[in-house]
Design a protein around this ligand. Sequence first.
Ligand code: DEZ
Length: 303
Amino acid sequence: MLEPRYLTGKKAEIDQFIDQFDTFLFDCDGVLWSGDHLFPGTAEVLDKLRSQGKRLVFVTNNSTKSRADYKKKFDKLGIPCKEEEVFGSSYSAAIYISRILRLAPPKNKVFVLGESGIEHELASEGVPFVGGTSPSLRRDIEPEDFGSIADGSALDPDVGAVLLGLDFHVNYLKLSHAFAYLQRGARFLATNVDSTLPAAHSLFPGAGSVGAPVVKAYGAEPVAFGKPSQAMMDAIEGKFQLDRKRTCMVGDRLNTDIQFGIEGGLGGTLMVLTGVSKKDEFLSEGSPVVPSAWVDKLGDLLG
Ligand SMILES: O=C(O)[C@H](O)[C@H](O)COP(=O)(O)O
């Protein structure tokens, strides 16, 4: 097994590690912050990398926020960031739907199980959608809903795809709509399928857990566009014209962030231990996903 390199924080080894790369792809939740808590040293590390001319791209699976929302979050936390530096799973899904899938009218609407981040990114690509944050679906299912979903009168006939993301208002009515559209032949898509969401120094159900009832009912997995999907990597490479061998993915989750970087053939993957995965998972014999290097926390890159 290839041992990942432990960077203890000594200046010379950190400088040597950083020198290998021109571009750093940063995961956000669990790396830069946990929920609304900014980790110590985040701002300083990003400043240091920028001052050395490194390009930074913030690659997040969190579909609840659009790129513009992320920019606001960075502003609120006092970290410089341009909207164009953010690449989220909502945006990744939206560009795939609009530029590659190209759903033909009239069946070109997307039913969204998710929050406003997905809606904004679909809208930015001109993709029509229903569901999402609509108040009409933020309620309990009523006895008459069963009939109107079953006979299709409650459904939009123009829906050609179902897009699952993280939905903080998930309920039986929305799940039933998603399942009904799939049974009528809609394409099955997801922004990402993460099992957990890191927040408040703990873990909560993630997008994959929220959409799991639909997957179970339908009996098939969606095509997902967040990490580790290489559709996302290809889109990032195309947009930022990056040299993969001079790019490092920094993340806290082995099966999304680190796998994303390894499968993408990046020059490096750097694991931090402030989020989801624990070091035993990649240091133990036979670990399926092993980063090229690891630090205890992002702040250690200050050297
Ligand atoms: O469930 C989700 O959608 C994700 O767990 C979550 O939002 C994590 O995003 P990331 O760590 O890629 O920023």
